[in-house]
Ligand binder design. Structure first.
Ligand code: EPU
Length: 432
């Protein structure tokens, strides 16, 4: 398994660019299943999860061309298979995003039920209840979700989510786009990725209003067509780079980002003593202020509040702040796996239920550590960059799922980080 070797303690400086948003590209790559015409997507990040999503589309019978590295041309004219097998779903939960489009266009779909994962049990019951609301018959047989639309077409309805769900909202958006009549989604997720998907669907001919707010209205249409769309910048990669600049005491220009999409993160980092300047609409300059960082409390909440996907990175930052920070995780029940690895690097953290108390400031010192999920990996890489001595991060395949060329990007701004490739398990990735 590949590892990263980090020799920390060097302030990062220079310019670093943000790639397209993984969590927007994933549903946007599923959306072409709704039409026989070609959908062209630009700014698709070159990360493992997108390679998996592409494989899923091809397995179903779609053609995916890549005229340029980050442009995908998807044509789903000859779909012959209507199922996402366990092999794929177990490696990437976002495969469930095939369910909505297949059910809406073909009236049937079978997707393996994802199990729990490193951060929680993560059921998809709310997706399934919503499909039932739209008239689908849903059953679970031998670990697969089998959904059918009687008479071949879903019917518009009111879907009132009892809990905010991002991919649940995306699945219903895609399903309702081709349903008969009007669908209203209440308590919809407001993440920027929802608005991005809705923009693509509207370009394809859908009639969606209100995406990005808690109430979304969808007027179903008979069919959808081709479109061209550019994926929004990755707000979590942006936030990760902001922390990289701050935790190493450097000065980083984070380019090609959308500051509006991470207001809560920027505000929280400023409160903790990080200077963040908006140089223009797509560039942020980050540096630590002269007086150092101070403890700051945070609780994760659905957008527009502080995202769970930035909790681990913020915890790494708070190990360098004076005082005790309280970090509360409200979205996933098991998302503190990085804490034990940060402790190995010298952090002082107590966990009680869904709350972590980080007592700073700690002098971090390099050690061998294990990546347990995508954002936990980012957190320990950040801590490794701030630690003295050598940190070896094992199981970095987690980080490859969602961060494009992280080693190359960080090296460009002065980090001493290399990838140690295990020849036996060499996978799509980046150069050493
Ligand atoms: N939930 C249910 N039932 C459902 C769906 C969700 O109980 O049917 C619960 C979940 O267990 C969780 C909460 O609702 O406690 C929110 O889950 P949500 O459905 O919003 O998460 P998701 O759609 O599975 C997406 C991102 C995650 C991100 C979360 C929260 C994608 C592909 N994934 O997951 O991203 O953490 O929203 O913002 O968009 C990551 O990129 O590292 C990542 C994990």
């Amino acid at each position: 398994m590949d590892k990263f070797l980090i020799r920390g303690g060097k302030p990062l400086s220079g310019k670093i660019s943000v790639s397209g948003a993984k969590n927007s590209a994933l549903p946007c790559l599923a959306a072409p299943l709704l039409t026989s015409e070609t959908v062209i997507l630009h700014n698709v990040p070159y990360v493992k999860d997108l390679i998996t999503q592409r494989r899923l589309l091809e397995d179903l019978g779609a053609t995916v061309l890549t005229p340029e590295l980050r442009t995908h041309k998807v044509t789903a004219a000859n779909i012959e298979i209507f199922e996402a097998p366990y092999e794929l779903v177990k490696t990437m939960r976002a495969s469930v995003l095939a369910l909505g489009p297949l059910l809406a266009r073909f009236g049937k779909a079978k997707v393996s039920l994802p199990g729990g994962c490193a951060i929680g049990t993560r059921p998809i019951d709310l997706h399934l209840k919503a499909f039932e609301k739209l008239g689908a018959q849903v059953s679970i047989e031998s670990g697969d979700v089998i959904a059918r639309a009687p008479n071949g077409r879903l019917i518009g309805a009111v879907v009132d989510f009892e809990k905010v769900t991002v991919t649940g909202t995306e699945n219903v958006l895609m399903a309702a786009a081709l349903a008969k009549g009007k669908t209203t989604i209440r308590n919809a997720a407001c993440e920027p990725e929802i608005a991005d998907l809705a923009e693509l669907l509207n370009k394809m001919g859908a009639r969606i209003r209100g995406a990005g707010t808690p109430t979304i209205e969808i007027e179903g249409v008979e069919q959808l067509g081709g479109a061209e769309h550019t994926i929004i910048p990755d707000r979590i990669e942006t936030g990760t780079f902001l922390v990289a600049g701050a935790i190493t005491g450097g000065e980083l220009e984070v380019k090609d980002c959308e500051p509006q999409h991470l207001r809560a993160v920027i505000e929280k980092m400023r409160e903790a003593g990080v200077e963040i300047e908006e140089l223009n609409q797509s560039t942020l300059l980050v540096r630590r202020n002269q007086t150092g960082l101070k403890a700051s409390d945070v609780s994760t909440e659905p957008h527009p509040h502080f995202p769970t996907d930035m909790q681990a990175q913020f915890m790494a930052l708070m190990t360098q702040a004076e005082g005790t920070s309280t970090i509360t995780e409200t979205i996933f029940e098991n998302r503190f796996m990085h804490a034990s690895e940060l402790i190995r690097l010298g952090a002082k953290i107590d966990i009680s239920g869904n709350t972590a108390k980080v007592h700073g400031k700690s002098a971090l010192m390099g050690a061998p550590v294990l990546a347990s999920d995508l954002r936990a990996s980012a957190s320990i890489v950040l801590a490794g960059l701030a630690a003295s001595g050598e940190t070896v991060v094992d199981r970095v395949y987690h980080i490859d799922r969602g961060y494009e060329n992280i080693v190359r990007k960080l090296r460009t701004v002065g980090a001493d980080i290399v990838r140690i490739t295990d020849q036996l398990t060499m996978s799509a990735g980046e150069e050493v």
